[in-house]
Ligand binder design. Structure first.
Ligand code: HEM
Length: 477
């Protein structure tokens, strides 16, 4: 189905800065929105080098072949950047996302089985139950059937995806105070631009910034709550449970046969709790925003779900047939990739597209700019899910579209996230209509994940034909 006859939608984007900015202006802009420091050349040149502030070089890689070289062919010659570690370490320590080399490899091997396609599909009932719960919350908030209520969709999606991750990853071990964990995670992320700005300017990490003490407290609170989950599980001697935590507790180092240290257990659980819900929540919030701006795509999804699923609960066998739903999610993740920038640094000096890069010097792969690159996409800022029609998608280079990254460090939860996004989106659009107020133009702001500035207020109207809430199948009951 084509949307060619309908008015094209150009949703909010960013105006790149003039470079170089002075150091103070760079700091200010970076603190407000690190993504808004990506220069114009990153949207128009294959590989470019600029000084974001005087004296600091940043290399932006946007060419699919060069990306393939860094992420895939020569992956073993690169590491995560010290800046990323500086950003993440206080919360997720040296877990699978923030370690390198042998430390990374064995943790990845340990966790990978949990994200096999068969495992992921077994989580569909828990995902559908989380979607139903969110719909029930909307239903409770509506004063009369069919009445529109404005909701902060960003917060709602965070709640829904957090429920999914807790139920699928921590059977029976959910933290007692879910809100405290979420609040601590949010508070930590809010202060990250300062860490980024200081790191980019090579300022020492002990140098105070306005959010430093609040952020330290948030990191400590988050890790304390995660450690409490592990203690709780041990106290109930339920380590044999075949969920993530059970597997982590049973895991042994293939070389030394040593168990994961308590610190590494906390690191990986924190990683999966945070990486496993924040990103998908943001992807769904942006998707619903685009659907509110393009109601005909809502209608198409609604018709598809009605034809494929009817009014029964969404099951794993339906997913392959939800093609329109999938196209919309993919296009939303093109325009608003939940993880908008990746960085790497070579372990020894390398040549990248003619640039001599010293060992330890960072290079950046701005997924946000790659997905809107003038050389790679036709009319890049236009919302057009038909870009992902099978024959058109097949013509894309694999590093031209990479919301989940690429190479050996590709997102561990990519399949999980796609299945979850499909189940949740299909359930929500079947049950409700999402309306834009005609005014809110949220700037995409990077807080590691891609936030909508000013939140994502949308009108939610539950539709009469929405199915009644099926019996609760929560896994942590
Ligand atoms: C829309 C949702 C998601 C997006 C856009 C996303 C994006 C990404 C990206 C771009 C990376 C690569 C970072 C790099 O190479 O520097 C990554 C890594 C990772 N993601 Fe996701 N992610 C999503 C959902 C999830 C979920 C649901 C989980 C777990 C349940 C997860 C767990 C991880 C982990 C553990 C890594 C580190 C992998 C490694 O370094 O080996 N992500 N993600």
């Amino acid at each position: 189905m084509s949307n060619a006859s309908l008015a094209p939608l150009y949703p909010p984007t960013l105006t790149p800065p003039e470079v170089p900015l002075g150091t103070l202006r760079f700091l200010k802009r970076c603190a407000e929105n690190p993504l808004a420091t990506i220069p114009a050349c990153a949207y128009s040149e294959p590989v470019s080098s600029v000084e974001p502030a005087r004296g600091f070089r940043a290399i932006w890689i946007c060419d699919p072949d060069v990306l393939e070289q860094v992420l895939v062919r020569d992956a073993g010659r690169y590491r995560k950047t010290p800046l990323e570690l500086r950003v993440f370490a206080p919360v997720i320590g040296k877990g699978v996302l923030s370690s390198d080399g042998a430390d990374w490899r064995w943790q990845r091997r340990l966790l990978a089985p949990l994200f096999r396609p068969s495992e992921v599909l077994s989580y569909v009932p828990a995902m559908a139950a989380a979607a139903d719960e969110q719909i029930a919350r909307w239903r409770e908030a509506a004063h009369a059937p069919g009445q529109a209520v404005r909701h902060c969709i960003e917060a709602d999606m965070t709640l829904a995806t957090y429920a999914v991750i807790v139920r699928t990853m921590l059977f029976g071990g959910a933290p007692k105070d879910v809100n405290a964990v979420m609040a601590a995670g949010k508070s930590y992320l809010e202060a990250i631009p300062w860490v980024l700005a200081y790191g980019l300017l090579n300022l020492p990490s002990w140098l105070p910034h306005p959010a430093m003490f609040k952020q330290r407290r948030a990191a400590k609170a988050f890790r304390k709550s995660v450690a409490a989950i592990i203690e709780d599980r041990r106290a109930r001697s339920a380590s044999a449970a075949d969920d993530l935590l059970g597997r982590l507790l049973a895991a042994r180092d293939p070389e030394t046969d040593a168990p994961l240290t308590d610190a590494l257990l906390v690191d990986n659980l924190a990683t999966l709790l945070e990486a496993g819900h924040e990103t998908t929540a943001k992807a769904l919030a942006w998707t619903l925003y685009l659907l509110a701006r393009a109601p005909h795509w809502q209608d198409l999804i609604r018709a598809e779900v009605a034809a494929v699923v009817g009014t029964s609960r969404i099951e794993a066998r339906h997913l392959d047939q939800l093609a329109v739903t999938e196209r919309v999610i993919k296009e939303a993740m093109r325009l608003y990739p939940a993880a908008p920038v990746m960085g790497r640094t070579p372990t020894e000096a390398v040549d990248i597209a003619g640039y001599h890069v010293k060992a330890g010097e960072p290079v950046y792969m701005p997924i946000y700019a790659i997905h809107r690159h003038k050389l790679l996409w036709d009319d890049p800022n236009r919302f057009d899910p038909d870009r992902f029609l099978p024959e058109r998608e097949a013509a894309l280079k694999r590093t031209q579209y990479m919301p989940f990254g690429g190479g050996p460090r590709i997102c561990l939860g990519a399949a999980f996230a796609m299945v979850e996004a499909k189940v949740l989106l299909a359930s929500f659009v079947r049950a409700a209509r999402f309306d834009w107020d005609g005014q809110h133009l949220p700037e995409p702001v990077s807080r590691v994940t891609l936030h909508p500035k000013g939140g994502m207020p949308l009108g939610v109207t539950l539709l009469d034909e929405a199915p009644t809430r099926p019996p609760n199948v929560l896994l942590n009951s």
